[in-house]
Design a protein around this ligand. Structure first.
Ligand code: ATP
Ligand code: MG
Length: 659
């Protein structure tokens, strides 16, 4: 009964920003009329639409026999069955033609300003072949798993592509994770080889990485070989017979020796990637060859409107899905120029991103709300030091972007005119699902806008019936798409129960959302995080956005705290703008502010000021940890993906002082 109660929408929609009509002519999708036609066509004839896209975007060694075989019961989905292709061929070899082979494929900016490396398609091809030959010598074959635990250095991209060349399945583990997180991921995928580095350079410091790998490998019987890239100058102990240096291995390879690519079936596994762990134990999401690459290339092209001359920069770490799809596979499949950055946005100053945009004249820039909020906190002066005039399209991913942060981004980075594509998607979806198209979609700050052509996103109630306009509910996708996950590695039961058991004939995203009268999606947060106050069920995103809209606040996270009478009451964690000190007046002011912005029902009963919030390494707030703190529990569940465990200790203390 209570489950059927609506999730209420509290947010008042604000302004609309219209797309630049002058750019429509050259755009991949040039207006809403065109969008509507594409969307209708793709929904009515998905096999025709996706079959055409796969043929246009990829090179196939032999044609697929069927576009889609779908069975929601098993569940099993096969895209482009019988088609043969190779990912590294599509990202490299086919670009080795006049006019493209000498184009920059990868522009790498190291953490130290002077460390820059540029790889043309030809150069990247050479390095990938050399490293693929190294892996081959180590016995890596088609279907074998290779774990990559590396910082944001070009060798990571090279290693990924080398795996795909051989048909080996990579499993990337973010270099910020602990040895325990690494161990469990290597063990789960039974990788044969680990590629790592001596160190990570981060915010001016050298952080040893190899000791974590050594610790993890104590308990990873599957790993036979470990290859180490030298990035730092720290001492490293090497285990005889197991460990070797990347440079020694690669220098033993003939510089000009090619490595033939394997012809892979469209449904052969491509990579395993563990989800961020925001809601619980990370899931080993499996993506396969043909569908994933088609979808990554397709969405890169349509959502970012990538053109041949563009310099495209996605600031994500390759250790999470955004980096896989939008630093490496999507852009390289299209033959674009992709920027890869080793450092952080705040070091040496909170203008590093803008400096890089100016330096490389970046045209398309894709980042996360957590970055925008952090930079907002430092003040907009930092954005004025550089010329951002090269920018054309801005993007956001990872969490709902609060309208306040959206407007700041639009004004200070976009010069008040650039389109912002707020892209909703998940590790599981392989690529972007709901997003504006930059020269077509009118934008509403805070909304991811419309589903991409062919993506059948819906909001439903628990019983599967459609939710009305603005009624919060479960976000589902009730038609297959090429980039969808194929299983949870080693756990088909969890695959079925997590994604396909909730709603018959549909993929369940686990997010709460509403759709407004214009068909625009507003993500309200995780369904696990929905707060129930006196029978009113509210998403977290909207209350947090109201708090962030206050001039003194840069970040907020709200959770439900158990309450005898109301069921739950709202507990907010708030981070203030740099230099602001909390006091009682501000506390009262914030409560009054939320009451005015949303209404009395959304007013936080408790507000705890915090310097930092517990976040996953990909920058998402881990509300389940915050909820445990207010419940007074120390059973935090899986926190292996937590960025800074120290934050939690501080928050527990702050909570004790408050309650
Ligand atoms: P886990 O599944 O292990 O809990 P996770 O869901 O955080 O981890 P990801 O796959 O990295 O792992 O994140 C996907 C989630 O991020 C989405 O389900 C959604 O909640 C959130 N998200 C991503 N992009 C957006 C966006 N543009 N707007 C709102 N939410 C977003
Ligand atoms: Mg998830």
């Amino acid at each position: 009964m209570s489950e059927e109660k609506k999730i209420e929408s509290l947010q008042k929609d604000g302004q609309i920003f219209m797309p630049d009509v002058e750019k429509r002519e050259e755009a991949w999708v040039g207006g809403m009329d065109e969008y509507e036609v594409l969307h209708k066509r793709a929904l009515e004839d998905p096999e025709g639409y996706w079959g055409e896209r796969a043929t246009e975007l990829l090179t196939w060694f032999s044609d697929f026999d069927s576009v889609l075989e779908a069975d929601y019961e098993t569940p099993e989905f096969k895209w482009f069955s019988g088609g043969r292709t190779n990912v590294s061929y599509n990202c490299l070899d086919r670009h080795l033609v006049d006019g493209r082979r000498n184009k920059a494929a990868l522009i790498w900016q190291g953490e130290p300003e002077e460390d820059v490396r540029v790889y043309t398609y030809q150069m990247l091809h050479t390095e990938v072949c050399r490293f693929a030959n190294v892996l081959k010598k180590k016995g890596v074959k088609r279907g074998d798993r290779v774990a990559l635990y590396m910082p944001m250095i070009p060798e990571l991209t090279i290693a990924m592509l080398a795996c795909t060349r051989l048909g080996a399945v990579h499993s990337i583990v973010f270099a910020g994770f602990s040895s325990i997180a690494l161990q469990s991921r290597i063990d789960d995928s039974a990788a044969r080889v680990l590629v790592t580095s001596d160190a990570v350079l981060r915010a001016g410091k050298t952080i040893a990485l190899k000791p974590n790998a050594d610790e993890a490998l104590k308990d990873c019987p599957s790993v036979e070989q470990c290859i180490v890239v030298q990035r730092g100058t720290n001492d490293v102990s090497m285990v005889e017979g197991r460990d070797s240096w990347w440079h020694d291995e690669i220098n033993a390879e003939d510089i000009t020796s090619e490595c033939p690519y394997e012809e892979m079936d469209a449904e052969d596994p491509l990579f395993i990637l563990y989800t961020s762990g925001s809601t619980g134990k990370p899931k080993g999401v499996l993506h396969t060859t043909g569908g994933y690459l088609t979808y990554a290339a397709h969405t890169t092209q349509h959502v970012f409107d990538v053109k041949d001359d563009d310099v495209y920069w996605c600031t994500a770490d390759i250790g999470w899905i955004t980096g896989h799809s939008y630093i490496v596979y999507g852009p390289l499949a299209l033959g674009a120029t992709s920027v890869m950055f080793e450092g952080v946005p705040s070091y040496p100053n909170p203008d590093r991103f803008w400096q890089i945009v100016d330096k490389f004249k970046v045209n398309i820039f894709y980042t996360a709300p957590t970055v925008i909020r952090a930079l907002m906190r430092e003040g907009e002066e930092w954005t004025r030091k550089y010329d951002l005039g090269s920018l054309r399209v801005l993007g956001s991913v990872g969490e709902p972007i609060n309208p306040e942060a959206w407007l700041w981004y639009h004004k200070n980075i976009g010069g008040g005119k650039l389109p912002i594509v707020d892209t909703w998607w998940q590790t599981e979806t392989g690529g972007i699902m709901i997003s504006a198209l930059p020269y077509a979609t009118p934008l509403k700050p805070g909304s991811a806008t419309r589903a991409l052509p062919g993506i059948s996103a819906k909001i439903v109630r628990r019983d599967g019936s459609p939710a009305g306009p603005n009624e919060g509910g479960h976000l589902i996708i009730d038609k297959p798409w090429p980039g969808m996950l194929r299983t949870v590695w080693g756990d088909p039961e969890r695959y079925k129960s997590t994604y396909f058991s909730g709603f018959s004939g549909a993929y369940e995203a686990g997010d709460g959302a509403r759709c407004d009268e214009d068909g625009y999606f507003w993500i309200m947060g995780r369904l696990d995080d929905v707060i129930n106050v006196s029978g009113h069920r509210m998403g977290t995103a909207e209350i947090e956005s109201a708090l962030v809209a206050h001039a003194d606040v840069t970040e907020a996270a709200v959770v439900g705290m158990p309450h005898e009478v109301k069921g739950e009451t709202i507990y907010a964690y708030v981070t203030l703008r740099s230099g602001m000190e909390p006091d009682d007046d501000l506390l009262k002011d914030l409560k009054a502010w939320v009451r005015k912005e949303i209404g009395p029902i959304a007013t936080p009963e408790f507000i705890q000021f915090a310097d930092g919030l517990p976040k996953t390494r990909s920058g998402k707030i881990m509300r389940r940890v915050l909820r445990k703190i207010v419940e007074g529990s120390d059973q935090f569940g899986d926190t292996s993906t937590l960025a800074d465990p120290g934050v939690v200790t501080d928050l527990i203390e702050g909570n004790r002082d408050l309650i």
